[in-house]
Design a protein around this ligand. Structure first.
Ligand code: HEC
Length: 123
């Protein structure tokens, strides 16, 4: 399945701005991730793979998922890999709470930026 995603796509042009607050009007339309749209690639992966690994409480699974994330650092997010690797190391030692701290670190640092700029990227 291939989906054409343009930053200046038709939905953007047709969106209109009359009753849309400026902060939302400036958002890019990635064609995914918003209400009524399919999840964006990383968003879907996080919700399924990462979340189910975490729910399982299985350190090995969580470590595997975090290592996958570590191997995919987006440009300009210098601490992405280090945060993920640190979480993976903790998960391997059975420190699940420590591993979960890496979720929060990365989300606090990069989630907004990723969602604003990169969320259509393959993951
Ligand atoms: C190195 C960065 C990074 C790490 C580590 C990370 N995440 Fe995420 N996560 C993201 C980004 C970026 C998004 C936003 C993707 C999007 O919406 O396009 C996200 C989105 C999510 C979502 C989707 C719902 C939401 O909040 O937007 C869930 C659920 C999630 N992450 C769970 C986890 C869990 C659980 C862990 C730890 C075990 C974790 N993540 C670790 C970067 C990370």
């Amino acid at each position: 399945m291939s989906v054409g995603i343009g930053f200046a796509g038709a939905a953007w042009a047709a969106g209109g701005t009359a009753d849309v607050p400026a902060s939302i009007a400036e958002k890019k339309d990635f064609g995914c991730g918003e209400k009524g749209q399919k999840p964006c690639p990383m968003q879907g992966w996080m919700k399924t793979v990462m979340q189910s690994a975490t729910n399982s409480g299985d350190g090995a699974k969580i470590a595997e998922a975090l290592e996958y994330v570590a191997a995919k650092p987006p440009p300009g997010m210098a601490k992405w890999a280090a945060i993920s690797k640190e979480g993976a190391e903790k998960a391997k030692k059975g420190d699940i709470d420590g591993a979960k701290a890496s979720c929060k670190s990365c989300h606090d640092m990069y989630k907004k930026k990723y969602k604003d700029e990169l969320r259509a990227n393959a993951f």
